[in-house]
Design a protein around this ligand. Structure first.
Ligand code: FES
Length: 94
C-alpha cells in the first residue's frame, strides 16, 4: 500500500491504492485544509516533494486553477489527487 508522508505534520500514513488524499485527510488529523472540495478555491494547495508520478494526473479544471494562481510546477490541489503505485511526500503550500 502506498505511503503518504506529510512533512508539515511530520506524519506518514498508509493508504489504499487509488485512495483520494481528501479522504485520507478526513480519516487522520492533518494540517491540509479543504474548502470547496472541487478544485476551485485553493485552500488545499500542497507542494509535492517526491513521488509526483504516483499522484493521479491533473485534469483541466485543476490545471486551469493552478495556472490562474501562478502555482509552482510541483503544486497540486489535494482535493483533486489520488495516490497509487508508490509513496509520495508532500507539504502544505504557503
Ligand atoms: S478544497 Fe477547494 S481547491 Fe481543493
Amino acid at each position: 500500500m502506498p505511503k503518504v508522508t506529510i512533512k508539515t505534520d511530520n506524519k506518514t500514513i498508509e493508504v489504499k491504492e487509488g485512495y483520494p488524499l481528501i479522504d485520507m485527510c478526513e480519516d487522520h488529523d492533518t494540517s491540509i485544509l479543504f474548502g470547496c472540495r472541487d478544485g476551485a478555491c485553493g485552500a488545499c494547495m500542497i507542494r509535492v516533494i517526491d513521488g509526483e508520478q504516483f499522484i493521479s494526473k491533473m485534469q483541466d479544471n485543476e490545471r486551469d486553477f493552478l495556472e490562474t494562481m501562478a502555482a509552482a510546477p510541483n503544486e497540486r490541489l489535494a482535493c483533486q489527487c489520488k495516490v497509487s503505485g508508490g509513496d509520495i511526500v508532500i507539504e502544505v503550500s504557503e
